[in-house]
Design a protein around this ligand. Structure first.
Ligand code: ATP
Length: 415
């Protein structure tokens, strides 16, 4: 059994690694048989050189014609990579076995930032056939994709455009997309964004992707595809993927976090949320004597309305990537709410009027009745409930587990 991994073949102006893999799988049908579903592997969303969503692809091929497989893969990669792209550094890996070290490399590529030399060293030590072009950075993603094993998974069905349409506006009937969403959600998700009334399952870039339908239920995904009316697709591929699984999230402790990694951690809100120009929102979270700035940026839209209602003392579990020392919120669980108190002068038990202050730290007195008392508190309602909240589909990270995949009552999915 061969496992083929590919990465970093596209650029912002053209092509797509998943398309290359789709064409390659078809061509390799002449010398072998693709086993299982191909894997759409998302890697660390903080990787510095990603074009879009830091995706790589791997698939298993049953074949005993290894040299021909390598040759076809190499020719297809050369033909369908944007080698002139400034940041395009393709990597191709064909492995005969997948070792525990390669599995570990995948885990680290999802959670950490790795160096090209580390990928090259592992490929050499394991004697794995590979080709890297230009800087060869794609070898990181290609090797990680080959080593990938998903503890949890979802699916994405991608439709690709005919070549003569690349770069032209996509012809997709929007009402049919909304119908597909309403008939298949929650079996599918992230097709539309209700808050902004936008269709979000289709890119606007000049790449070959027509649209991608995400979900956990293959039947629902296929049903959505049958409802959507669009220009004809040249081909379609169903991928198994680590999208929507939180694979990038590390359990974190405040005071011990690294930039460019994603964490799940607990703390208490330590400052009132504060908005800056541009609509970005910030507050501090504290735990074990350490503080961490948390940010809900403008693109997280309605999620900020929830964040705004937090107050010091609220206990949270936050999820997000740490960049420049601050955590960019993607999701949060409000575990416990602090009491919001209103303080008033006490009421005189005799005349039922409010007492007056008797001076600094001297309590309150009713001058008429000569009674005295201490100020009284009253709990005000909080305009937020405990439970899980997330950013809307338009701001979602591919890897982050959407709340629609959670069970329980205190879950507030953003659709
Ligand atoms: P697309 O989503 O359109 O396929 P992309 O966002 O996946 O594009 P790439 O063009 O594949 O972007 O570029 C990402 C680059 O970062 C690749 O060279 C890949 O090998 C590398 N990379 C992936 N994960 C890591 C990581 N954890 N550390 C360092 N480099 C990484």
């Amino acid at each position: 059994m061969l496992t083929i991994g590919i990465d970093d073949t596209d650029s912002e102006r053209s092509l797509c690694t998943t398309y290359l893999a789709a064409v390659l799988m078809e061509r390799l049908g002449a010398v072998g048989e693709v086993e299982d579903l191909p894997r759409l592997v998302r890697l660390n969303p903080c990787a510095p050189f990603k074009t879009r969503g830091n995706a790589a692809v791997a698939f298993a091929l049953r074949s005993d014609r290894t040299e021909e497989v390598e040759e076809i893969a190499l020719q297809t990669l050369i033909e369908l990579s944007d080698l002139a792209g400034e940041n395009t550094n393709p990597g191709l890996v064909v492995a005969e076995t997948v070792t525990p070290e390669m599995r570990g490399f995948y885990r680290r590529a999802v959670t950490e930032i790795l160096e090209i030399d580390e990928a090259r060293k592992m490929l050499q030590e394991h004697g794995i056939w590979h080709r890297g072009f230009k800087k060869g950075r794609g070898l990181i993603g290609a090797l990680a994709a080959v080593g990938s094993a998903f503890e949890d998974h979802t699916f994405e069905l991608i439709h690709y455009r005919y070549r003569d349409r690349w770069g032209t506006p996509r012809s997709i009937d929007e009402p049919s997309v909304w119908r597909a969403d309403s008939q298949t959600y929650p079996g599918t998700w992230d097709t539309v964004d209700m808050g902004s009334r936008r269709v979000v399952f289709s890119p606007h870039s000049p790449d070959p992707i027509l649209f991608g339908i995400r979900g956990e239920d293959i039947g629902a995904i296929e049903m959505a595809a049958s409802i959507i009316e669009s220009e004809p697709a040249e081909r379609r591929v169903l991928y198994i993927t680590n999208q929507g699984t939180d694979s990038q999230m590390l359990p974190g402790e405040m005071g011990d976090l690294c930039d460019d990694r994603s964490y799940r951690l607990r703390g208490t809100v330590a400052s009132n949320p504060c908005a800056i120009a541009g609509g970005h929102l910030f507050f501090d979270l504290a735990s074990n004597g350490a503080r961490l700035e948390c940010a809900a940026f403008e693109p997280t839209k309605g999620f900020r309305d929830i964040v705004k209602r937090l107050m010091p003392g609220d206990l949270l579990e936050v999820y997000g990537a740490v960049r420049g020392g601050a955590l960019n919120l993607e999701k949060m669980e409000v575990i416990a709410l602090a009491e919001r108190l209103e303080w008033n002068a006490p009421v005189c038990p005799t005349c039922k009027r409010r007492m007056k202050s008797a001076g600094k730290e001297q309590g309150y007195r009713c001058r008429r009745c000569r009674t005295s008392g201490e100020r009284e508190s009253r709990a005000l309602p909080r305009e937020i409930e405990t439970g899980l909240y997330e950013v809307p589909p338009s701001a979602r990270r591919h890897l982050t587990k959407p709340l629609i995949r959670y069970e329980g009552e205190c879950v507030h999915p953003s659709r």
